[in-house]
Design a protein around this ligand. Structure first.
Ligand SMILES: [Zn+2]
Ligand SMILES: [Zn+2]
Ligand SMILES: [Zn+2]
Length: 146
């Protein structure tokens, strides 16, 4: 039971981490890695922005390792929470919204549509400054309407 609670708490906490990293780091001093996500080159599959998946995989994998090999308490559900959030982010952001693989093009789920609407607002801004909607899985209520 404790395991599930820590895993779920980590997952939700990662939304806050992703939001702040997106707002203050990706649109901050690491903008050079994120920029090509806002000005997409249609001829290249990979983006420099993909490095962020590698960057976020490190703490996830490290915690899983600490929990399974070194048996340090609580680190396994934390590592799984971080990693699961990474998978969810990948499915929603890379596949559903940006269609990097041509599957899951449409959904009738209000929640998924709201996520997409909010993220399209984020992409209206091509530059580093004046961004909005930096989160991913938490969607402000106004995007459910319309
Ligand atoms: Zn951005
Ligand atoms: Zn995007
Ligand atoms: Zn603006």
């Amino acid at each position: 039971m404790e395991f599930i609670i820590i895993l779920a708490a980590t997952f939700f906490f990662m939304e806050f981490v992703a939001w702040s990293v997106h707002k203050y780091v990706m649109h901050g001093f690491l903008w050079n890695l994120h920029e090509d996500h806002h000005t997409k080159n249609p001829n290249s599959f990979f983006e420099k922005n993909d490095y962020f998946f590698v960057i976020f995989a490190v703490p996830g994998m490290t915690c899983i390792l600490l929990g399974t090999v070194f048996l340090i308490p609580y680190t396994l559900p934390i590592g799984l929470g971080i990693t699961l959030y990474g998978f969810a982010y990948f499915w929603v952001h890379e596949i559903f919204i940006h269609q990097r693989f041509k599957i899951l093009r449409n959904s009738n789920l209000k929640y998924l549509k709201a996520i997409r609407r909010a993220h399209k607002v984020h992409h209206k801004h091509l530059g580093k400054e004046h961004g909005e909607c930096f989160g991913m899985l938490f969607v402000p209520f106004k995007y459910f309407k319309q």
